[in-house]
Ligand binder design. Structure first.
Ligand code: MG
Length: 252
């Protein structure tokens, strides 16, 4: 009987997966850092964050650029040439990074690279951005280190045709239940804390379908507690060290 209990405990311990911390736009709220900078990726890695997220756009002449907004310094990335952007500087003095810069840096680190493909106005352009990003990841031999996330339902479908079945893709837009997404065979949902608080049943629904749940952008202790208590798999935050301390203390 005792042996049975020990085996049962071991099985539970084996199946329970840890909750992981993802730095939102890198670990930017730190000295010398800036959102979506190389430094923010290095900083995320230095604190042992499980993953570091960054945003990707493609210029009109096909250069993949890391930036959150559709424009940088008043230049709309999707409709501009790289030459109009390449000398621009981030708030911390770094040059505006390309995806290649980011991936090359990431290759030297261990944190997972959470690549958000932004929804482009031109859907042909967006599909091309997806193709170029996947190709670059493959050429740099980073396929097993990168996860793809996107608000664009079309980009989810395009990415799915480009990567192996086990490469994680997450949908960000919050407008579909896990059951509705199940036919796409993607890794899971990556929804806002507001969406998840309104639809907490999606956590169990996703898990029962073999999908994972990531929640963004979880910055307050109250929201962190909610995510920890509800057993979401990944928590994307601007305050990664606070979250790490909470997880280490069993959610306290
Ligand atoms: Mg993002």
């Amino acid at each position: 009987m005792r042996r049975f209990f020990l085996m049962a405990i071991a099985a539970v311990a084996f199946t329970a997966s840890a909750q992981e911390v993802i730095c939102h736009r890198g670990y930017w709220d730190a000295e010398g850092s800036a959102q979506n900078s190389i430094r923010s990726l290095v900083k995320a890695d230095s604190i042992g964050a499980w993953g570091s997220e960054f945003d990707v756009w493609m210029t009109a002449d096909g250069v993949l650029v890391v930036n959150h907004d559709e424009s940088f310094g008043g230049v709309v990335i999707e409709t501009s040439k790289w030459k109009d952007l390449k000398n621009m500087r981030l708030a911390n003095g770094e040059k505006l990074p390309t995806l290649k810069d980011m991936l090359k840096c990431g290759k030297k680190l261990t944190t997972r690279l959470i690549l958000e493909l932004k929804p482009h106005e031109n859907k042909i352009h967006e599909a091309e951005a997806a193709r170029k990003a996947v190709k670059m990841v493959r050429e740099l031999k980073l396929t097993d280190r990168v996860e793809y996330i996107t608000f664009s339902y079309q980009a989810v479908k395009v990415l799915k045709t480009l990567v192996a079945p086990d490469v994680p893709i997450y949908y960000l837009n919050g407008d579909m239940s896990p059951k509705q997404l199940a036919p796409l065979h993607i890794a899971g949902i990556d929804y806002s804390i507001g969406t998840m608080r309104n639809n907490p049943e999606w956590i169990d629904e996703a898990h029962s379908l073999g999908m994972k749940v990531n929640v963004w952008t979880v910055n307050s202790e109250r929201d962190m507690d909610w995510c920890i208590n509800y057993g979401v798999d990944f928590i994307t935050t601007n305050a990664p060290e606070l979250l790490q301390r909470k997880l280490k203390n069993g959610g306290k």
